[in-house]
Design a protein around this ligand. Structure first.
Ligand SMILES: NC(=O)C1=CN([C@@H]2O[C@H](COP(=O)(O)OP(=O)(O)OC[C@H]3O[C@@H](n4cnc5c(N)ncnc54)[C@H](OP(=O)(O)O)[C@@H]3O)[C@@H](O)[C@H]2O)[C@@H](O)CC1
Ligand SMILES: Nc1ncnc2c1ncn2[C@@H]1O[C@H](COP(=O)(O)OP(=O)(O)O)[C@@H](O)[C@H]1O
Length: 293
């Protein structure tokens, strides 16, 4: 009998790959995440993602900031580290030397053309180093490729490329996959499966019914979503959670699916009045409940 490829996204789908804490671990072994920040006027999104990576269990998180935004991050960050990064070479050297395992690129990043060199470099294992597992590309990181999505998809297709996770909302999905998005004969599930195949990436097609797909045809439909998540910055938190789980060793599909479920669980537990800042702080309760199940 063929293996099933379509699943409901519940903890049973990813529990087997859930990170376990070794007694002799240390912060970098536990998983280091780098979050790229935009410039001075748009730094909050990177901090939301960074805090989410830390709360989901990454042992170390560093915000990579352009020089103009260093001061504003410095006054906001405490346990999360900060590094001035100007060029693609700076970023790759940091990721290699400090054994970064996953990165978030896009939240609040703006339209810096450096992204066209940065993304292929982060997907290229020779530039990112052997420890690096995956890149979560979100928000402006997706919109940047709307005129030439093939440049992104080809970088992810190269032999031995690092894992790529794309987290589009409906508008971003249309920008990146216009032909698939406009095909009225396809369901959302068909669309995200086709998108993952053509992008050589895990695709998290967000919305009330988020669907996560892998290039090999696996899809997970998320059922615990809540409209409480329709608040600015909640997608930035999700991107940070996915990177935090990938940095701790979860495969990209399982890490992305787990992040989607836990993100919604955090929102449900918080309830009315939720803003994106509240989500990372709910994760200890979410993780405790998960451990008891
Ligand atoms: N605290 C911070 O620092 C925060 C910083 N942020 C950062 O700001 C940057 C730009 O973010 P953004 O919100 O302006 O861009 P984007 O989401 O593309 O919206 C543009 C247009 O897309 C459309 N649209 C279609 N479907 C949609 C959908 N499902 N959900 C939403 N929109 C949808 C819709 O147009 P409509 O279809 O309604 O005409 C909408 O007007 C980005 O880097 C982000 O990370 C935010 O994360 C917030 C917190
Ligand atoms: N009506 C809804 N029901 C359930 N989840 C929603 C709803 N609206 C938005 N979300 C979730 O909220 C998050 C919003 O992400 P995104 O649109 O990227 O926001 P932002 O860019 O402000 O961070 C996604 O995880 C999405 O699935």
């Amino acid at each position: 009998m063929p293996e099933p490829t379509c699943f409901e996204n519940t903890p049973e789908l990813w529990r087997a790959s859930w990170p376990r804490l070794a007694v002799d671990t240390h912060k970098y072994r536990r998983g280091h995440v780098a979050v790229f920040s935009g410039g001075l006027a748009s730094t909050g999104a990177a901090r939301l993602a960074a805090r989410a990576s830390a709360r989901i269990g990454a042992g170390a998180v560093t915000v990579l900031s352009p020089p103009d935004a260093i001061l504003v991050h410095a006054v906001h960050l405490t346990s999360i580290m900060l590094r001035k990064t100007e060029t693609v070479a700076d970023a790759c050297a940091f990721i290699r030397d400090r054994k970064v395992r996953a990165a978030v690129l896009g939240p609040g990043f703006g339209d810096d053309p450096k992204i066209y060199a940065l993304v292929p470099a982060l997907l290229d294992r020779r530039r990112s180093g052997e420890e690096f597992h995956g890149l979560v590309l979100d928000a402006d990181g997706l919109t940047a490729f709307e005129d030439n999505p093939d440049a992104l998809f080809q970088a992810a297709e190269k032999k031995g490329a690092n894992a790529l996770v794309l987290t589009p909302h409906e508008g971003e999905f249309h920008r990146l996959f216009p032909a698939i998005a406009e095909d009225t004969g396809l369901s959302k599930l068909d669309k995200v499966r086709a998108a993952a195949r053509s992008a050589n990436a895990i695709v998290v097609y967000k919305g009330p019914d988020t669907v996560i797909a892998a290039p090999d045809g696996r899809v997970a439909i998320n059922m615990n979503g809540t409209p409480l998540l329709a608040t600015a910055g909640s997608g930035d938190v999700l991107a940070g959670m996915a990177a935090g789980l990938i940095a701790q060793g979860m495969p990209a599909f399982e890490g992305a699916a787990a992040a989607v479920w836990l993100h919604a669980d955090a929102a449900r537990r918080f309830g009315q009045g939720l803003i994106a800042e509240d989500l990372p702080g709910m994760l200890p309760e979410v993780l405790r409940a998960l451990a008891k199940e």
